[in-house]
Design a protein around this ligand. Structure first.
Ligand code: GAL
Length: 345
């Protein structure tokens, strides 16, 4: 087990964690972000996620890729919510709504880092305090994100947080998988399964509506593994609306089961990711950036559907629809959540 530290642009650092099987998980303090997940397959190495080469590149191209997202992942309609009978207005950064905690949130911060190496696992922790009223959210909120890699090829992300005033908190990690090893290939031919009987439909602003829709007889039924492509080519108005998937799947809550809550398999079946989480849902986004994506992305990422996220969290909109789960963090209470990705090689 080892951790190699290196520069990641002008101010950021990269921590490359390596286990005894040669699996490499690299994370940076810029946005407490995952940058590489690189594995040996036969005699070759394969990169399993999308990432860039420096903090500056993320700033210039897409600052959400691989990042820790918060304070509240997803969209808050009109940037407004009620907490403890008080109305809050937070900063909007996507039309009339607040996306991923508003502008310059967790993904743009330089976090404090700490590493730990033991016999069977390595970890890198990042800590950040979001000050009271940051983007309008109440409470000084301290968040610690720990990435762990062990010798069973498990990559785990765990969150711990507390705030000195009641606030909203619903973090996630915005990793994009592409198990082909070629970011210029679409994820269409990956096999995906998700243990979810229901998903949350969206309106024309990509906001959840509170509805929990049965997946039966829809392209959202991944209870048996099928190709991601079935959702990409689907004529279901929900798929057409976003050009693929950008939806919360409401998990059937079987964290203690042997069956993973989501499983993604490479088209050549040489590698798979098994996901298990303490969160009640997973937002699956198939990088529906379109064929004419105008962001100055690295050329090979210009492709539509070049990655797929498994963003574990309470479904967006929970501040309005409590049936999705609780995202209220009371003052001085400890928040904890964990997601593990078993890398099957
Ligand atoms: C996802 C969100 C997408 C898009 C993306 C960032 O979590 O659901 O609609 O905004 O983040 O590019």
């Amino acid at each position: 087990m080892n951790i190699i530290k290196s520069a990641f642009g002008e101010h950021a650092k990269l921590f490359t964690m390596i286990n005894d099987n040669g699996v490499q998980l690299a994370v940076t303090d810029f946005g407490a972000r995952i940058v590489h997940l690189n594995v040996p397959i036969n005699n070759e190495r394969r990169e399993l996620i999308l990432g860039f080469d420096s903090a500056e590149e993320y700033i210039a191209k897409d600052h959400y890729i691989g990042a820790t997202i918060g304070r509240v992942a997803g969209r808050i309609a009109n940037g407004s919510f009620q907490l403890n009978q008080t109305n809050y207005q937070v900063v909007k950064n996507e039309n009339d709504n607040t996306l991923h905690g508003g502008p310059d949130s967790f993904e743009m911060a330089y976090w404090q880092s700490e590493t730990d190496i033991s016999d069977n696992k390595v970890s890198t922790s990042f800590t950040h305090t979001s000050p009271n009223q940051n983007n309008g959210f109440p409470g000084n909120l301290t968040v610690k994100v720990t990435y762990t890699l062990d010798n069973d090829n498990v990559w785990q992300v765990s969150y711990e947080a507390n705030s000195d005033a009641m606030t909203l908190f619903n973090p996630t990690n915005h990793v994009y998988f592409n198990l082909t090893g070629h970011p210029a290939k679409s994820v269409a031919d990956h096999m995906l399964s998700i243990d979810a009987d229901h998903f949350a439909p969206l309106d024309d602003q990509n906001l959840t509506t509170g509805e929990q829709r049965d997946v039966s007889q829809t392209a959202f039924d991944f209870r048996k593994a099928k190709k991601v492509n079935e959702a990409l080519i689907s004529v279901d108005p929900q798929n057409q609306l976003v050009g693929g998937l950008d939806h919360p799947f409401l998990l059937n809550q079987a964290t203690d089961s042997d069956i993973p809550q989501a499983r993604l398999v490479s088209p050549d079946q040489k590698v798979a990711i098994n996901m298990r989480t303490t969160a009640p849902s997973v937002v699956v986004f198939t990088a529906n950036f379109g064929d004419d994506y105008q962001l100055p992305m690295r050329q090979e990422y210009l492709i539509n559907h070049g990655g797929i996220t498994l963003e574990t969290q309470v479904a967006p909109g929970a501040e309005k629809y409590p049936a999705f789960g609780n995202i209220v963090l009371p003052a001085n209470e400890v928040y904890q959540a964990t997601t593990r990705f078993d890398i099957d090689i």
